[in-house]
Design a protein. Structure first.
Length: 95
């Protein structure tokens, strides 16, 4: 989801995250998945990562948020606090 990794590829991250599978649709699909998981819970199913992902995408898609209509991979921008791809390339690797 990082812009510029494949500079010539037609990826949402190379197009300001326009197009692709919207974050709002990710909320819908994760909600359906959580409902299905809850129905199976009596069989010992656990789904902590799904719950966290749903919470994250719901936060991203709050009313008035620019992320609702952007590709779900814009979660990268959301989590990095709008850090640009150039800024990320300038971060030294951890030792």
């Amino acid at each position: 989801p990082v812009p510029g990794v494949l500079p010539n590829a037609m990826l949402p991250s190379n197009n300001d995250y326009k197009g692709g599978f919207s974050s709002a649709l990710m909320v819908k699909d994760l909600s359906l998945a959580m409902e299905a998981a809850a129905a199976a819970e009596n069989r010992g199913s656990r789904y902590p990562l799904g719950q966290e992902a749903l919470k994250l995408y719901r936060d991203m898609c709050e009313p008035g948020s620019k992320y609702s209509g952007l590709d779900f991979s814009s979660v990268f921008q959301y989590l990095m606090g709008e850090t640009s791809a150039k800024d990320i390339k300038d971060i030294p690797p951890k030792k």
